[in-house]
Design a protein around this ligand. Sequence first.
Ligand code: 13P
Ligand code: ZN
Ligand code: NA
Length: 283
Amino acid sequence: KLVNTYEMFQKAQAGKYAIPAFNIHNLETLQVVVETAAELKSPVILAGTPSTISYCGPEFFVAMAETAASLYNIPIAIHLDHFENLKDIQRCVEAGFTSCMIDASHDPFEENVRIVKEVVAYAHSKGVTVEAELGRLGGQEDDLIVDEKDAKFTNPAQAREFVERTGINSLAVAIGTAHGLYKGEPKLDFERLAEIQNQVDAPLVLHGASDVPVEAVQKAIDLGVCKVNVATDLKIPFANAVKSYFNENPEANDPRKYLAPAKEAMAKVVAEKIRMCRSEGKA
Ligand code: 13P
Ligand code: ZN
Ligand code: NA
């Protein structure tokens, strides 16, 4: 049975590790994530952005994940990533999603609080956990594009007020990561993260974790990050493997053949990310 993120985060917080959240897009990417997580006995979060949900439909996403949960004996949560309104969240929760992010981080503080509270009231009545963001990540996540000049770091004191007033289960922080790849090395503001952790009891979420050095992610985990979001670092090896398969086999047309190396390439990265999160063996 699919679970929400409540217990996962409690255990992760106590054990100083993080739950990896992988953005998936179809049957193959879902299979790779759950098979690898099951092999390594790791709890896992399967995430879908609004554009993924409109691509595959919430019912297909839920049905595939439920099948995975019945086949593998690990905690699996399905999470709505960067959703921007209650209506879309309701439709997906009715389909069976167990966790959601309401991202009103682009709105002014009071408006962010108001929208998040509304989602929390609804979601908690359905046993669904809620993540929200304060501050703003730069970069691109599907259709969500934020110019670097509009990116904003999380204010620790405001974070405390935000969590207390909204009742969210986890807080996404902006401390220098960005969606997608970085131009140079990402510089994370660990002092800020430590201060946020001082102010906030809720588990913290690190978005934009692709292309961040392992040591930096692990330092963030030591400072209270309980969920690490990875999308880009899975997409790239998957796509590259498909490209090289067709380069070598221009006449190929069998998806079972041209997707096999893509799944294999992605599985390696999923395993690396699970080890990075130190969630191996925690299922
Ligand atoms: P990346 O693009 O760095 O993988 O970020 C993923 C993410 O934050 C999903 O919400
Ligand atoms: Zn994100
Ligand atoms: Na990133």
